[in-house]
Design a protein around this ligand. Structure first.
Ligand code: NAD
Length: 333
């Protein structure tokens, strides 16, 4: 937090520093799959930038990391794919209080009462899968949200992703490719034995493994996936997020059916606590809980910003204890 009086020139200086730093970390994370700082350090810098831009909205520029989906595909040797509907990021909150504020704001902006679908936030990378007449024809990464990388050959090596749906539907679905914890541990053990650099976490290992030019490398990495979104719900004949998840499962797609629907934001805490308790024992990494407005018409009514949907938010789990102690927050003074 930048407390007290802050003039515009000083604010601009901090903003520029933060943007440069965030872009540098973004490059390491999204392009090289090799972050040099913990997520909470990145998140703290990002939150500081957001708060400065809120105080000085005249200083917001289109190239600010707050106005763009993270990730660039310029350096990638994989073929590029344009997303007809942009792939967005998610806004995030770090406390129940911030989450409740988000719910209250959201409820003010909609006409009818809201129900929410709570899902695990899978720690992987976003992908889009194109099915035509039930057949998987193309798969792509999120990239910068507008242009992603073509990873069709790599996705075809993932056993959990069906090449053929159980119905001949034409639709694009989106979800998360992840590396199970056991596969991650094995991979790093092997890499260490081979004298290679280890991956920082399962998310970066999944991203590095999917974005390979040689699909046989991807195949050896034992990736998996969960599907959670389509913007063509009419093709599925559903009107809620929870129903969409069930339809995905019927179609043979991998779905994480631990989701919970609640009709009141006062129920968030109990469910988040419960998910948080399960975190250790799950076979895959999660870094939070995604809270989504359940009704798809209400989602459409709320719409999106340039970067995130207004109908969903990510509640991020606090970092592990030992990590908190090394928190480096020089720019939050
Ligand atoms: P994000 O990963 O925090 O959230 C958005 C993503 O969540 C979506 O694109 C989707 O891929 C994923 N997701 C997982 N489960 C989901 C579900 N059930 N429903 C919907 N989406 C789900 O946002 P981001 O823009 O991809 O990345 C920003 C985050 O990445 C930062 O908050 C930070 O934690 C991390 N990051 C870290 C560094 C670093 O250097 N350590 C650098 C850049 C970004």
């Amino acid at each position: 937090e930048f407390e007290g009086v802050l003039d515009e020139t000083t604010a601009q200086k901090h903003i520029t520093q933060l943007r440069d730093q965030i872009k540098q970390w973004g490059k390491e994370y999204y392009e090289n799959d090799a972050p040099t700082v913990e997520d909470f350090t990145y998140d703290a810098a990002y939150a500081a930038l957001v708060s400065l831009e809120e105080r000085f909205p005249q200083l917001i520029t289109k190239d600010s990391p707050t106005q763009q989906v993270g990730g660039s595909v310029q350096k990638s040797a994989l073929p590029k794919v344009e997303h007809p509907v942009p792939m967005l990021s998610l806004g995030d909150v770090f406390s129940i209080e911030q989450l409740t504020d988000w719910a209250q704001r959201t409820e003010k902006n909609t006409t009818a009462k809201l129900a929410y679908n709570l899902e695990l936030k899978i720690d992987g990378l976003a992908i889009a899968l194109d099915y035509q007449d039930g057949k998987l024809v193309q798969a792509s990464t999120r990239g910068n949200g507008i242009i992603g990388e073509d990873v069709t050959a790599n996705i075809l090596t993932i056993a959990a992703i069906p090449k053929q749906l159980t119905e001949p539907l034409t639709l694009e679905v989106r979800g998360e490719v992840y590396m199970p914890k056991a596969a991650f541990a094995n991979l790093n053990k092997q890499r260490e034995a081979d004298g290679l650099a280890t991956f920082a976490n399962p998310r970066n290992a999944a991203a590095g493994s999917l974005r390979q030019l040689d699909a046989s490398v991807t195949k050896a990495r034992q990736l998996s996936a969960f599907i959670y979104y389509t913007d063509q719900a009419e093709v599925l004949g559903v009107t809620t997020q929870a129903a969409a998840l069930n339809r995905f499962a019927q179609l043979g797609l991998p779905v994480n059916l631990t989701n919970q629907v609640v009709t009141d934001s006062s129920q968030f805490t109990a469910i988040i606590d419960d998910f948080s308790t399960q975190r250790e024992t799950l076979a895959y990494g999660i870094d939070g809980v995604v809270i989504k407005v359940n009704d798809l018409n209400q989602q459409a009514e709320l719409g999106n910003t340039v970067k995130v949907p207004r109908w969903a938010i990510a509640y991020k789990f606090p970092p592990e204890e030992e990590v908190t102690q090394v928190l480096n927050v020089e720019w939050t003074v």
